[in-house]
Design a protein around this ligand. Structure first.
Ligand SMILES: O=P(O)(O)OC[C@H]1O[C@H](OP(=O)(O)OP(=O)(O)O)[C@H](O)[C@@H]1O
Ligand SMILES: NC(=O)CC[C@H](N)C(=O)O
Ligand SMILES: [Mg+2]
Length: 482
């Protein structure tokens, strides 16, 4: 793909978030804390899980397909020696859904060994790949992450760590939150737009860098701070501290609003905002903007819960009921790799409690409608369970455009609201009424100016020209000068 084209999409897979982790421990092996941190980030990727550690002499790696609990057993953890480590849970945003793109990626080269975990999506992957191929690099995957790993390895041959990372960051266009391990040095790198979350935590005898603060909580650690947009954070090998380098300083950020709406855990804090409270505020605003007279308000579990509690709090004299039960053994449906899997999972996942809906008007609250997989089936289910009427209220604006920044919602033709016609969506899902929250209410609930959020999937305007050229933002265009 040349930089002139829209990034090729893996048509079978939604592109998704991933979860990244890095640990430097003073006294114990890094493998177990990394494993537990990945467990806390399972909701960010269900396709594969991997850990690479370094014992001061060599790398040790274990990567498997499926959930964290499926990919690892105690024997696997026991082979992962060393007090430095990084980990990854994956949803594919670029490249196939198989072992070849499972992470962390590892590269061995004259300047040592490198392992890299990536959350995000580049928009100039192929331009970078062809440059590196001309320079003699060979790739084992069709994804974007391996290209980042090779570019960094190349720069490490010619520069010290900080300069090598700076050089690579100047060549990357798109979204990336990375944990990287060069020999036994663990670091975190956040793209200059701060598109994906990345946060630092202090452990009893070490430090951790992870996609979300919930992973730090799980390790019993204390949140230190977010990795700043454009920043490199290098953990001390002995786990005693870290150094930070501001390598790029754009004037504005492009924090992904959908992290606050859907992807992140409600108990995570992103750039100082507790996701749970943002969602409750979105629910309150949703009532203010689009409240409807009804007998009972109910969430679509899991991610709709906080929205519904905020909505019900703002709505006078309405009953709040957990009228839909979620099968606890079914994961996230939206981020499954095929539409057939998603449809089946929604049927398996959610079941109405008849007594809460029979002969009653129901308001169903969800965080988002993307393909309509969930809401299409739920409206029918509620009617079959005897609901007199079903009103749907959504805590995100209509998703009308794909995402190229690491959360490709779907190719445009799969997006149920692509034409932006709410009435048409209302008819397709069979609701008595459908309303979404406004983009300005989203920015107000997150507490960030709209110009500092990426809402590309709502507006079709992205922080980068998706051809990989710099837009009016002051982030330097990729330096592909060889
Ligand atoms: O319109 P769609 O294409 O169905 O996508 C939107 C739905 O998918 C997500 O739920 P998911 O089941 O992924 O996860 P959850 O359990 O966190 O709600 C999201 O919370 C919506 O319910
Ligand atoms: N969802 C992500 O952030 C995935 C990272 C990377 N683009 C991949 O496809 O593996
Ligand atoms: Mg959901």
């Amino acid at each position: 793909m040349s930089t002139g084209e829209v990034p090729a999409r893996d048509s079978t897979g939604p592109t998704e978030k991933c979860g990244v982790v890095g640990v430097s421990h003073e006294t114990e092996g890094a493998a177990l804390p990394t494993y537990y941190a990945l467990y806390a980030l399972q909701h960010r990727g269900q396709e594969s899980a991997g850990i690479v550690t370094h014992d001061g002499f060599q790398q040790h790696e274990h990567i498997g397909m499926g959930l964290v609990g499926e990919a690892f057993d105690q024997g696997d953890i026991d082979t992962l020696h060393g007090q430095s480590g990084i980990g990854h849970v994956r949803y594919p945003t670029a490249g196939s859904v198989d072992e070849s793109n499972a992470q962390p990626f590892t590269v061995s080269f004259e300047a040592g060994s490198l392992a890299l975990s990536h959350n995000g999506n580049l928009v100039n992957t192929e331009a970078l790949r062809s440059k590196l191929t001309e320079q003699g690099h060979a790739f084992s995957s069709d994804g974007d992450t391996e290209v980042i790993a090779h570019d960094l390895a190349r720069n490490l041959l010619e520069s010290d760590l900080v300069r090598a990372v700076k050089r690579t960051m100047e060549r990357l266009h798109g979204s990336y939150a990375l944990t990287v391990m060069h020999d036994d040095t663990v670091m975190g790198i956040r793209d200059p737009e701060g598109n994906r979350p990345l946060i630092i935590g202090e452990l009893e005898d070490g430090y951790v860098i992870a996609s979300e603060s919930a992973a730090i909580d799980t390790l019993g650690g204390e949140v230190v701070r977010d990795v700043r947009p454009g920043e490199l954070v290098v953990l001390d090998e002995d786990g005693s501290g870290f150094d930070a380098y501001q390598l790029q300083s754009p004037e504005r950020t492009a924090n992904c609003f959908f992290e606050y709406v859907y992807f992140a855990r409600p108990d995570s804090v992103i750039d100082g905002e507790l996701v749970y409270e943002v969602r409750r505020e979105l629910g309150r605003k949703l009532y203010e903007e689009a409240g409807v007279e009804t007998d009972v308000v109910m969430p679509v579990p899991d991610s709709g819960r906080a929205f519904a509690s905020g909505y019900a709090e703002a709505a006078p004299d309405v009953e709040f009921a957990e009228g839909l039960m979620k099968n606890r053994y079914v994961g996230r449906t939206f981020i499954m790799p095929t539409q057939e899997a998603r449809e089946r999972a929604v049927r398996l996942k959610l079941n109405p409690i008849r007594s809460t809906v029979e002969d009653r008007s129901v308001t169903l609250i969800d965080d988002s409608i993307v393909r309509g997989t969930t809401s299409r089936q739920l409206v029918d289910l509620l009617r079959e369970a005897g609901a007199e009427s079903v009103h749907v209220r959504i805590g995100a604006p209509p998703i009308t455009a794909p995402c190229y920044m690491g959360i490709d919602m779907a190719d445009r033709d799969e997006l149920i609201a692509a034409e932006g016609d709410v009435g048409a969506v209302e008819e397709q899902i069979g609701a008595d009424s459908l309303a979404y929250i406004s983009p300005s209410a989203v920015a107000d609930s997150i507490g960030t100016a709209r110009s500092d959020l990426c809402m590309g999937c709502v507006t079709g305007e992205y922080p980068y020209d998706i051809k990989g050229e710099a837009t009016d933002r002051d982030v330097a265009a990729p330096v592909l000068d060889e």
